[in-house]
Design a protein around this ligand. Sequence first.
Ligand SMILES: [Zn+2]
Length: 347
Amino acid sequence: MIPRRGTYPSSRYQRQIALPPMGELGQKRLREARVTLIGMGALGCVQAAYLARSGVGLLRLVDRDVVEEGNLQRQLLFDESDALEGAPKAEAARRHLQSANSEIVLESRVRHLEPGNARELLSGSDVILDGTDNFETRFLINDYSIATGTPWVYGACVGTVGIAAPLIPGRSACLRCLLSPESSTPEPTCESAGILGPVAGIIGSLQAAAALRILVERAAWDPWGPIRVEAWDGMPTVLPRSKPDPRCPACAERKLEFLEGRRSAAQEVLCGREAVQVLPYSRAPRDLCEAERILSRHGEVRRTPYLLRATLQGHHFSIFPDGRVIVFGTSDPLRARALVDRYLAGF
Ligand SMILES: [Zn+2]
């Protein structure tokens, strides 16, 4: 059968156009839209699949990582051959999505989003979707969103719990109105606390639905408040809509420290030691007792008067009370950073 290309309006979007809030105008707006997805993990795969199939005109897929076997449990766009090949996630996702919809433009960027490239990677977006695994990147997206007035959709999940929130500058709270970057206790991660695949499906779907609504209704939409889902017990909670906080350092005082690079984590290769030191973005002192309690459930942890040594799934870390982490066994700064985000996000 010859595929039908460029025959819009075709039957492809018929059941979506039939929705009263969508219609032909909504579909046209989707076709003209540009969306950037940061992170092509479990959330990004779900977001991208729905947006590509919905006919969003341009999707930019940004991810720094490669597909591994341990991703296949929940990262729905990838298959065993991607993992065997160690394909970059952004590129593997682009390939699979293009075969699902040849009518849209897909860009893959195998990059780590950071202050130096944020304006380039996020430029021209009508909406940005969060599929990241760490709060530093989320605060960076938040700063860019405020600087440029670009809506974004926050999403996170770990264990059996997830949360999604559309954040539209001027109309809703921003991420820093809701959360402080100064966390002294370790955040659980999918590596340390596990992840139930369907939680990512629910949260990624909510994020995709919010993105579609932003694209179709534009300034007319007053976004819903954060939705929290406990998927094992079947408990959804809709939190109240929150307005911008007049004392927020980011959206009220416009101190965009993450975008300006003044609050970035930094990596430093330690000469001759096959080790990299990662300096955290948060300046709060670390609670090593709490860290020991949480991490000891997932690996071997030993506390000395000065630091915490942890071996988590074969990776060795030294964690200091001032927040520094030394990652042993690599001299690649980005690899070290990815391991810290994977196992110790929030340190
Ligand atoms: Zn704010």
